[in-house]
Design a binder for this molecule. Structure first.
Ligand code: C5P
Length: 402
């Protein structure tokens, strides 16, 4: 069910006795890590209170199309864009009819019209209403329009009838919803990414650092989330806003970056070291600002920093480990050396002697180096490159797990 982690699910509830099961469905989706927003039709509120769904989803329930308060928060168009998937459970005969007719006469039908997300319906109604030729024609129309129709089940009904019309059980619906995200390359995977520089303090006002902008690591975090992963971004000080849905841990020094990287490493499937970690740090941090003296030369004593990625790659539950190699010559040779020395699965190598790519620029050109292969990707923006890299890494991860 990890495939639902981070997914944004809009749960629509329409009027029917099965609405009480939607409380359990909300709980299951939340437990699986999904972010759930609930929309209820007025009829649904006759069967279950919005307060119950608010408590379970952790967000106010959306009830009306033109509610000034709701529009001031997340308006209906924003809500339509926000959703990765719209699940309507239970979907009543009336809702199905309005949806099939392409109507937008309440919030839920409007959201279905306005959203590009996949829509799934879990019909629930009396067996005669389900069998009715109008309902059947509406269901066929919705299927041809690309809607998923999940259920209904047959059996005993709340009204005393027996036949088709029972809403599928919440566990079944949650499982079907999770399976909808299987196509994503990193669905259900946990990814840790280090990004940016580290800062190694000398005294309370000075530090040793480098020019890493963090752009590549942040773009990789965004691409990994888009590919369905749960992402922890461990970032040194940069001027970038963390991508949405990413857990961002801000650190300064290499030692802090190591601690944040090792925390929960046994849950990590893929580790990408995109940070430019300072190789050395001052032996001691002066308690007070170091004063200018008379001497012309000042010597600093430095001690080696831990190698974060090599430590990760040595862990007993080691994830698939991907490192970066910024080189100025013999790129592939040095990248392969890094691969063996640090026990990595893949090294993303780039030639930083070429102007306009790598450090602090918006474009990059890289070669993916494994023990057997070296694949060069064309020069492109870091954002597009990140997407290609995540696709390539996901493929290798899959082959590795087979
Ligand atoms: O040894 P070098 O710094 O060239 O290796 C680069 C790769 O190793 C990058 O993936 C970088 O994030 C990682 N690294 C690290 N910890 C260090 C130094 C480098 O994780 N102390």
């Amino acid at each position: 069910m990890h495939r639902l982690t981070n997914r944004q699910i809009l749960l629509g509830i329409t009027g029917g006795i099965a609405a009480y099961k939607s409380a359990e469905l909300t709980r299951l989706l939340k437990k699986a890590g999904a972010d759930v927003r609930v929309v209820m039709t007025p009829a649904a509120t006759e069967f279950i209170t919005p307060l119950t769904l608010q408590a379970l989803s952790g967000h106010p329930v959306h009830l009306q199309l033109l509610d000034p308060e709701a529009e001031a928060g997340m308006g209906h168009i924003e809500l339509a864009r926000w959703a990765d998937h719209i699940l309507i459970a239970p979907a009543s005969a009336d809702f199905i009819a309005r949806c099939a007719a392409g109507m937008g006469n309440d919030l839920l039908t409007t959201l279905c019209l306005a959203s590009d997300a996949q829509i799934s319906l879990a019909p629930a109604m009396n067996q005669a209403m389900w069998r009715d030729s109008h309902t059947q024609a509406n269901i066929e129309a919705l299927k041809s329009a690309g809607f998923n129709i999940w259920g209904p089940d047959a059996g005993e009904q709340a009204c005393g009838d027996t036949g088709p019309g029972r809403m599928l059980e919440p566990t079944d619906l949650a499982e079907r919803l999770a399976a909808e995200f299987d196509y994503l390359a990193l669905s259900g995977k946990t990814v840790f990414i280090t990004a940016g520089p580290t800062r190694e303090p000398l005294d309370p006002v000075r530090f040793i650092s480098n020019h890493s902008s963090g752009k590549m690591g942040y773009a990789l975090a965004q691409a990994a989330v888009d590919a369905g992963a749960k992402v922890k971004l461990i970032s040194g000080p940069v001027n970038l806003a963390p991508p949405e849905r990413v857990e961002c841990v801000q650190v300064e020094t290499a030692e802090q970056m190591l601690a944040a990287s090792m925390e929960g490493i046994e849950t990590c499937d893929l580790f990408i070291g995109a940070a430019a970690v300072a190789d050395y740090r001052p032996v001691a941090i002066a308690e007070h600002k170091i004063k200018k003296g008379n001497e012309e030369i000042m010597e600093l004593r430095l001690v080696k920093n831990p190698d974060i990625i090599a430590t990760v790659a040595k862990h007993i539950h080691r994830p698939f480990t991907v490192g970066f190699a910024a080189e100025t010559r013999d790129v592939i040779h040095y990248a392969r050396d890094k691969l063996t020395r640090k026990h990595l699965d893949l090294v993303i190598a780039n030639d930083v002697s070429v102007p306009g790519i790598g450090f602090n620029s918006n474009e990059n050109q890289v070669t993916l180096v494994t023990a057997e292969d070296a694949i060069t990707l064309p020069q492109t923006s870091k954002r597009l490159l990140a997407k290609q890299l995540i696709d390539q890494i996901a493929q290798q991860l899959k082959t590795n797990n087979e």
